[in-house]
Design a protein around this ligand. Sequence first.
Ligand code: MG
Length: 213
Amino acid sequence: MNSKFVLWLNLTLLFLQVTSSCCKKCNEKKIVRRYSISEKELLEKKKLMLLLDLDNTIIGSTELEVEIYDFQVNEMYVCLREGYKIFLMNMAKKYVIGIHTNGSQEYADAVVKHLDPEKNYITAGVFSSRNSHSLKKSTDEFNSYFKHEIPENMIQIVDDQPKVWVIKDQPKIHRVSPWNPYQIFDDCDELDKNHLTFVQENLLAFHHDFFDE
Ligand SMILES: [Mg+2]
């Protein structure tokens, strides 16, 4: 092998290494930037953050074979809660929305594809508690996973089960009546107005007060 060829070969290999390393860094940046949301960004957009639960809050599901359902995810039959679309549409105007669920990541991702196929509303990330070792849900965990930097007072939560959240996050919770067409709840009163529309009004009022409009 002549020396010119060896030199050319070495330079080519060096070029490929540098290019590959740059692309890797770019891709890493893209992954982080995909979700990372800052306080400054939210204040500029006049938005807050909303973390939503999935099961019995936005959807109801069952493993049993049923005839009435909206879609299937793996072995689960899933029904969408009435008013979920208008709720997401209205909330997305005032909040960046993330999902924090006790379901598996695969299940949550598949459900969100049906809830928001164009990714217009749920833009802050989909997080499964099974990714963590913590026994309870927490906003800190969600934000640290997606590298969001958002102060406590700019976050609100909607969940049918407040007890699954850490004590620190309790004041942020808007409890919605548990809803699942395949299940009967002892604590679900038909006259209870704690449904999505009621919760939506409270969230809009919280947003209004925060920005003192
Ligand atoms: Mg739930």
